[in-house]
Write a new protein. Structure first.
Length: 143
C-alpha cells in the first residue's frame, strides 16, 4: 500500500502528467496526495488499478463516480511503456470491472484541447465527442 502511494505520487507529479491535468498544473504536495489517496481508498465511488508485469509498474487507471451516471476516467502509463498497447489493455480491464460495480453507467474522459495523444487514444477505445469547455473536451462511452 505504501509503495502504491509513493508510485502514484511520483506519476502524478511528472511533467507530462501535470501538463495533461485539468484542475492543476502545479506539483501536488505530499500531504495533499496522502489525503487524496486515503479518501479514494475509503470511498465506494472510486477504484484505482495499478498494472504490473514482472513486479514492474506499467501504469494506472482510476475510475470515479463523477455525476449521477458518469464514471470519470484518469489513466497514466509510465513513459517507458507507452505505444505498447498497455493503456488499451488496462483501460479495457478497468471498464469491465466497473461495469459490474456500476451497471449502466457511462465512461467519461476529460481531455485538454492540446492533448492530441489522449484524444486519439480514447477515440480508438470507442469514446465519442460529447461536449467541451474552454479548457477541455469531454469524450464518452455510453453503455
Amino acid at each position: 500500500m505504501e509503495s502504491d502511494l509513493e508510485l502514484l505520487f511520483l506519476w502524478v507529479n511528472t511533467s507530462d502528467s501535470l501538463d495533461a491535468k485539468i484542475l492543476t498544473s502545479r506539483a501536488i504536495p505530499w500531504n495533499d496526495h496522502v489525503e487524496w489517496f486515503e479518501s479514494c481508498l475509503a470511498s465506494t465511488k472510486c477504484m484505482i488499478w495499478i498494472a504490473e508485469k514482472d513486479d514492474f509498474a506499467l501504469g494506472q487507471v482510476r475510475i470515479e463516480l463523477h455525476q449521477e451516471r458518469d464514471l470519470l476516467i484518469d489513466i497514466y502509463i509510465d513513459i517507458s511503456q507507452r505505444t505498447q498497447g498497455i493503456g488499451s489493455l488496462i483501460l479495457e480491464k478497468a471498464e469491465e470491472e466497473s461495469k459490474s460495480r456500476w451497471p449502466g453507467y457511462s465512461f467519461v474522459a476529460k481531455i485538454k484541447h492540446n492533448n492530441i495523444a489522449s484524444l486519439r487514444f480514447f477515440q480508438k477505445q470507442g469514446y465519442k465527442f460529447d461536449s467541451e469547455t474552454a479548457d477541455y473536451m469531454v469524450l464518452a462511452k455510453r453503455l
